[in-house]
Design a protein around this ligand. Structure first.
Ligand code: ADP
Ligand code: MG
Length: 251
């Protein structure tokens, strides 16, 4: 039976802002809230979702195999042992170009089986970004709160708006107690103004996130990063829950 699927791309101007991390952990929280979630990693050559989602070594086929027609989409889907209800299609270790037509065929098929599709893209506005934008209903811009990353985030959000993307939401990631002290970026309002997108989540810098990724283990409950991601999942669902903002982010 076809369920109403929600397709979100995860993007950023700069690399290393935490797109893949947020994509997996958000997918995990959506799954915990009863959704069937498929995360497709479109960052060729920089596979990392497999480690964070705990499917490292379980991947036989990757997204490049699917898009090139070498296997059925379903063959490349691997369930995360860490986050029940979250499935993953990994990026290739080295890969070709992501063609929008091929991605659309896959996405159309997968929306029959999943409530949410999360498309984790590469930094910037290359082929994976453009292909993801052509099939997504919304974009989550994952940005660290530093001036250069935020400015590049603006370039990406402008391009998405111009391309007709309806919903663009800002995720400020890796906020620390020092983020707004040096004066380079004043506060969350400045993050929002610089990127030009509505804020949907603030995720703190978290040692637990790094430990979970390093050990391919699930992010434990009971820390602020977990709560922030859980709230993000609820807010995507349209629930009116407040942001979980670390103290450093207030004022
Ligand atoms: N909130 C966070 N706190 C601490 N480390 C983080 C956080 N988000 C991401 N990271 C770390 O930042 C690095 C880059 O994250 P990744 O998700 O691979 O970024 P991207 O997909 O944007 O390139 C990884 O080492 C990851 O563990
Ligand atoms: Mg990534």
């Amino acid at each position: 039976m076809r369920v109403e699927s929600k397709i979100w791309m995860i993007a950023s101007g700069k690399g290393g802002t935490g797109k893949s991390t947020v994509a997996v952990l958000l997918g995990g929280r959506l799954a915990a809230q009863g959704k069937k979630v498929l995360l497709i990693e479109l960052d060729s050559g920089l596979r990392s979702v497999d480690i964070i989602a705990g499917v490292y070594g379980k991947t036989v086929y990757d997204i490049e195999d699917v898009l090139a027609g070498r296997c059925e989409g379903s063959k490349a889907v691997v369930e995360s042992p860490l986050y029940p209800g979250l499935s993953v299609i990994s990026a290739p270790y080295e890969g070709g170009v992501v063609r929008p037509e091929a991605l659309k065929v896959l996405v159309d098929r997968m929306t029959d089986y999943f409530d949410y599709l999360l498309l984790d893209t590469a930094a910037g506005m290359g082929d994976a970004f453009l292909a993801a934008a052509s099939v997504s209903g919304g974009a989550l811009l994952v940005q660290t709160p530093d001036p250069v990353a935020l400015r590049d985030g603006r370039i990406v959000s402008d391009a998405l708006y111009e391309g007709g993307m309806r919903q663009i939401r800002l995720v400020v990631n890796r906020l620390t107690g020092y983020s707004f002290r040096g004066g380079a970026v004043r506060d969350l309002d400045e993050c929002i103004d610089t990127v030009g997108a509505q804020l949907i989540a603030v995720i703190p810098e978290s040692r637990q996130i790094q430990q979970a990724a390093a050990g391919s283990t699930a992010l434990p409950e009971g820390n602020l990063a977990f709560t922030a991601l859980d709230r993000l999942a609820q807010r995507l669902e349209g629930k009116r829950v407040p942001l979980a903002v670390p103290r450093a982010g207030i004022g």
